[in-house]
Design a protein around this ligand. Structure first.
Ligand SMILES: [Zn+2]
Length: 207
């Protein structure tokens, strides 16, 4: 069963999910959210198909690294998102302690209209310092872009090699959404907040 610490983190994660949904980034039950637990190779993740505006602690479940739900959390109609594999992949390839995935509109518009290749570049803005390890606005943060696909194994193969770098904080599935990670919930949420603002900035700056 979960430890006390995990329970505290679950409460924090629910608060973050409620905030993100109020901001309008999880329409029509979209988005999924997860945490690495203290025990190895197990993760807390949001149930699939739940309205995120009414999301509660009972909507978080425990899974293993293959996305299988632990027996204590199994039940009628309880399932994980098809995208659970992408969360596992991020935990495998990075030191992430938390992964947040939203369907942020401006991120998709920037990826589609303001990028000429398979990455979106943000540079020379004060808020880039919100990303862990960045100490000056004179920096460049690259966000890899991928075509959306329902075949998660195929996506995993494409994405894995491109998210290993130190200064990679997230990626975009075009026409779908943004995946962001951080060492814990607070850092991950700060990265998401920064992305949310920066995407709006770039979208409003377009000619
Ligand atoms: Zn999604």
């Amino acid at each position: 069963m979960l430890t006390e610490v995990d329970l505290g983190q679950m409460v924090q994660l629910v608060k973050v999910i409620n905030k993100i949904s109020k901001e309008g980034h999880t329409p029509a039950t979209g988005g999924n959210f997860s945490l690495r637990t203290e025990s190895e190779n197990s993760y807390i993740i949001s149930k699939s198909g739940v309205d995120k505006t009414a999301f509660g602690i009972e909507d978080l479940i425990l899974i293993d690294e293959k996305g299988e739900i632990y027996p204590d959390y199994q039940g009628d109609g309880i399932k994980t998102s098809d995208e659970t594999l992408l969360h596992s992949m991020i935990y495998e390839e990075t030191k992430a302690g938390c992964v947040l995935h939203t369907h942020i509109l401006e991120g998709l518009l920037c990826a589609e209209k303001l990028s000429s290749n398979d990455e979106f570049i943000m540079e020379d803005l004060e808020l880039l310092k919100a990303f862990s390890g960045q100490t000056t606005h004179e920096t460049k943060i690259v966000t890899p872009l991928f075509e959306n696909h329902q075949d998660m194994e195929k996506l995993k193969k494409e994405i894995s090699p491109r998210i290993k770098g130190e200064n990679i904080y997230g990626f975009i599935l075009k026409g779908h959404g943004l995946y962001v990670w951080g060492s814990n919930i607070t850092e991950c949420h700060r990265h998401l907040d920064a992305y949310t603002y920066l995407f709006k900035y770039y979208w409003n700056m377009r000619n």
